[in-house]
Write a protein that binds this ligand. Sequence first.
Ligand code: NAP
Ligand code: MG
Length: 409
Amino acid sequence: MEKIKMTTPLVEMDGDEMTRILWRTIKEDLILPYVDLKTEYYDLGLPHRDETRDQVTVDAANATERLGVAVKCATITANRQRQEEYHLSEIWPSPNGTIRAVLDGTAFRAPILLPFLRPAVPGWEKPITVARHAYGDMYKAVELVTNEPGIAKLNFKGQSGKDETLVIAKTKGNAVFQGQHNTETSIRAFVHSCFQYALDTKQDLWFSAKDTISKEYDGEFRRAFDEAFANTYQAKFDEMNLHYFYTLIDDAVSRVMRSKGGFIWALKNYDGDVMSDMVAAAFGSLAMMTSVLVSPDGSMEFEASHGTVTRHFYRYRAGEKPSTNSTATIFAWTGALRRRGQLDGLPDLISFAGKLENACLETMKDGLLTGDLGVLVDEGHRCQILNFEESLEAIAKRLATKMHPISER
Ligand code: NAP
Ligand code: MG
């Protein structure tokens, strides 16, 4: 069989530990037999980030901007313990943070559903995609602890000489303070990514915040969404029969709980952090959550939501075969291949991405599962728990029957 051709390379970012092991097998056994794979390869594994003084991460992010599509393996975020373990010259910043800063994107996280894995919220029939604004607010705040009566003020000195001061509070005793900010550029980039993604995936868009209390700060987010909708997206939404709506976050939580799913829920940084973990937990396993970072110019970086599965890697290094689930990593690859196929007009590549996803899903539907899913299965559903190698072999077999139907064998 002739391999499926690609015209433009996609950016491939290799990673660490157990996911690096899965990465190699996914490429060799599931993709390379069928696709004449073109990638620009960047090794974001911690040793190579250290060798290049993290330049490789910046190069990979810039390449994503240039080529428009990337697939990323999970990577270790260095800390003091990792510095000792890997003899690092410095504690390098989180690669995801670096990539986000270059792409100025929004992180969309969505679960992969299976009929026999029942979500903790029984009404949820379709996936809920959480779109988290990934800049500012509490994550870029300054904090102050005081221990005497006094007065705290918020002061802004403009370049023009403008000087504005607000009293935050007069305190009678010990107190704590926090200064948060966001920027119009980042908020608008977030807003456009959300609308664009809703159009790309043909889903309704919800945005929720607390603009009754935070009239200026949350109000700025709401105004940006409302304006972008009215000025740019309403006609396209109408045409595709899609809906955008804003509601207060407390109302949104109760609506989400009572919904059937099947929409994008856009949230500010902290709300998105909390709600994406809630949605992930309610749908099942972290290994069934996909993640894509979308920049305002439409560049997309696909990855799994989970980390490098360190505990499994240590067992692998000790000679065991852990039962690691490769679904989210495979779906990162299929997401990137499909996107490349859409941009370059390659129907065979798009169709291959679908077949590989179906091979994964059907293998699991047959009851061939990894340990993380075994514990979530409905009573009465027969299943067999495989290690990561057996699971990938089963998927490869299933894929082969789709790529070479019996009539052609
Ligand atoms: P993790 O790698 O997501 O794993 C946490 C636990 O979740 C695992 O020990 C395992 O539970 C379960 N799990 C996650 N993915 C699984 C899979 N594919 N199959 C089966 N079980 C899975 O999080 P972590 O252990 O906190 O972090 C490990 C490293 O990853 C850290 O160095 C962190 O910096 C990094 N990290 C990277 C990213 C990223 O690159 N996007 C994201 C998060 C964390 P059991 O052990 O109970 O089986
Ligand atoms: Mg979180």
